[in-house]
Design a protein around this ligand. Structure first.
Ligand code: SF4
Length: 393
């Protein structure tokens, strides 16, 4: 009897837990139960007051035109504010408005984006700029729904542009906002689920102030970025919302947000070849689709090739180095893949070029060819001290 009873109790407890979760998801991230909306409403005024006093001075905030907000939001995806600022200025100096962005050629865009990563963002910017020129006379439409139809603009970015640049009261829910709301409400809803994210959006839509929706959205993001921190302990002692924060009041805000574990990244081994000639280093253009599409790379092979295999690979490609030097290993982490690289420096008197290859000296690499940061460890050798970085031989 005992095990059966134990099982029944366990099932009952599980069921209770599931019901509680479902109820929480409904209350916290669905259309907002009365209590949930009430609690979020309490946060609005203190949050806005805090933002007025504590907002960081950022270039896109001082002149929030629709183009500036759009560009900054796209650049800020997956990238820190400090890293974005110089890119933002450089990009606007070169392409000050949407029509100039629509006209820009791909090499220029890649060069302006070099080092920011996720290059599909800038290609989508250009595509969307062309749509805006064609359909809206070069000006972003003041409508959340129409913004959503533009290439590369999802719910978050459409919400940010609509609220900040046009004063339309729609939420903008990114990872920062999800974290703050989860902690405020001590929500056990899994923020990796799309329905939880849309539930959060629905909830915030009920409390976003009609008069200053842009400030509200920015205040939520700012609190998430500077106080309710993603990695490390949140600064609850200085938080304007600690008075109504369930996570804080229960004593362990870091339990939230709940997020299902991601699948581990796929590991790929690569061998990178710096093929140096008196006329420059060999660069190869990557295919137009897939990872790092359309960018320039150092020739490379799948797998970690030992010296003998590296010589064979070079010979198969018609390259006969006078000298071959091993380089230190390096790695680069993409969202779903990690490259574990080894490398060789091949000194050659000359090479015959394929149609998708060029020889580039360091000036040409600086000015014209974007080699993505996945190759930074090897590219750095061409601009620095090769001997220090070489592994010998
Ligand atoms: S009190 Fe702490 S956990 Fe709650 S919102 Fe503020 S920083 Fe985040």
């Amino acid at each position: 009897m005992q095990p059966v009873q134990g099982y029944a109790i366990m099932k009952k407890t599980q069921q209770k837990g599931q019901n509680r979760m479902a109820k929480q998801e409904y209350e916290l991230f669905s259309m907002g139960g009365f209590q949930t909306v009430g609690k979020m409403s309490l946060a609005v005024e203190p949050l806005l007051a805090w933002y007025r006093q504590s907002a960081r001075v950022l270039p896109w905030r001082s002149d929030p035109t629709p183009y500036h907000v759009w560009l900054s939001e796209i650049m800020l995806q997956q990238t820190r504010v400090e890293a974005v600022i110089p890119y933002y200025h450089r990009f606007l100096d070169a392409l000050p408005d949407i029509p100039s962005l629509a006209e820009a050629d791909e090499e220029q865009l890649h060069k302006l984006w070099e080092g920011l990563g996720y290059y599909s963002r800038v290609r989508n910017l250009k595509k969307a700029a062309a749509q805006v020129v064609q359909q809206y006379n070069g000006m972003l439409p003041p409508s959340y729904e129409l913004l959503l139809e533009l290439c590369g603009i999802g719910e978050y970015t459409a919400g940010a542009i609509a609220s900040i640049a046009f004063g339309i009261p729609v939420p903008a829910v990114d990872g920062n906002v999800l974290r703050v709301v989860s902690r405020l409400l001590a929500s056990e809803a899994d923020i990796a689920k799309p329905q939880v994210k849309s539930g959060c959006r629905s909830l915030l839509a009920q409390v976003i102030p009609q008069e200053q929706p842009g400030n509200f959205n920015q205040a939520m993001m700012e609190l998430g970025a500077t106080v309710c921190l993603p990695n490390g302990t949140p600064k609850c002692g200085t938080c304007p919302l600690s008075f109504c924060c369930d996570g804080f009041q229960q004593g362990n805000p870091m339990l939230y947000p709940v997020k299902a574990e991601k699948k581990p990244r796929k590991i790929e081994a690569k061998t990178i070849f710096l093929i140096r000639t008196p006329n420059g280093v060999l660069l190869r253009k990557r295919p137009d689709s897939g990872l790092l599409a359309g960018l320039w790379e150092f020739p490379n092979a799948d797998g970690q090739l030992d010296r003998q295999a590296a010589v064979r690979w070079l010979e198969q490609h018609g390259i006969h180095p006078k000298k071959l030097m091993s380089l230190k290993p390096a790695k680069h982490i993409f969202t779903h893949v990690e490259w574990q690289m080894t490398g060789y420096l091949a000194e050659c008197s000359g090479v015959s070029l394929q149609p998708d290859e060029v020889l580039a000296d360091t000036d040409a690499m600086k000015q014209s060819y974007s080699v993505p940061s996945a190759f930074a460890a090897y590219k750095g050798l061409l601009f620095g001290n090769t001997r220090e970085n070489a592994a010998g031989k």
